[in-house]
Design a protein around this ligand. Sequence first.
Ligand code: HEC
Length: 110
Amino acid sequence: MSHSMLSLSFAVVAFMAQESSAADLAKGKESFLSAGCHHCHGQAAQGARGPTMAAMKYPYEAFEIFVRRPVGGGMPPYSATTLTDAELRDIYAYLTSLPGPAKELPELLR
Ligand code: HEC
């Protein structure tokens, strides 16, 4: 394989990887809105009645446990039938991609 063909195929792979993650983020944003998270966490997840969700630092596992069985009394639980694991993963990908003050694991999730 010539050198130029090799660098072209790297460029294609890099482009495809970026495309698929952009699609996941778009799906995540869509699910964030359709599940109604924005009613309490803000249109851009900036925080409203519920805390900001932007730039989460904590792992997916903590996020999932909380969304499935929230503690604190301010948030309704979301079962896997209301919100699938795939949708929840996309929402997490979207939220962690947002700029904003780094959001560490809150007291409630510890
Ligand atoms: C009815 C309002 C409401 C809705 C709808 C809602 N939340 Fe919340 N959420 C809250 C409140 C209030 C808290 C703070 C903890 C508490 O008081 O229960 C919270 C806390 C959280 C937390 C943990 C705390 C933190 O700061 O990270 C996560 C994660 C979260 N929400 C994600 C979501 C996601 C994802 C959705 C949509 C699927 C959603 N929430 C929908 C009100 C809401």
